[in-house]
Design a protein around this ligand. Sequence first.
Ligand code: FMN
Length: 166
Amino acid sequence: RMLDVARYAPTAGNSQGMYYIVIRDKEQIRAIADAVANWMEAEVAAGTENKRYFQVVLRAYRERGQDIIARNAPCLIFALARRLNITGVSNAEQSWAYAELFAPTIGLGTTIAGFIQSCGIAGYQPLLDLIAVPPKHKIVGTLMVGYPKYKYQRMPERQHLKVDFR
Ligand SMILES: Cc1cc2nc3c(=O)[nH]c(=O)nc-3n(C[C@H](O)[C@H](O)[C@H](O)COP(=O)(O)O)c2cc1C
């Protein structure tokens, strides 16, 4: 039901065509998180701009056993598109916004899986193999889905609105 709402999100040039793969197997989700940790290690070794951030994530994941990559989510959704230009990723973001707003109305909780989707967008082959991405398709987004543990009484505080009317 959530993805059925997500597909109504706007797409660039009415391109539509978002294709979702829903993974609910615990072992497979663990293997995906491990693959992403391996990718982060390669990024750290290559000295990319994310090096310091990834080092912090890896310490928590590898040394303290905290799953800050997949958050122990029981379900991961991958959004696939035929093109990985700015259009494909933007379409996925729009799609997640619709999904995330709808999710609580049916008792679900969601979070964008930033580390996993970055690994997918980077085209890390071991991750693509685990998900068996069909030919000509690219990963353009990843969403974690589960049942919320906490019920929030109010919105988290937001910074003040910053806007210039000219
Ligand atoms: C692009 C993007 C990537 C994100 N990646 C992650 C992630 O990898 N893991 C995670 O737990 N939360 C992730 N989040 C959720 C943010 O951490 C969350 O929105 C932030 O804590 C602020 O909370 P709020 O939006 O509920 O106020 C991501 C959010 C966005 C928009």
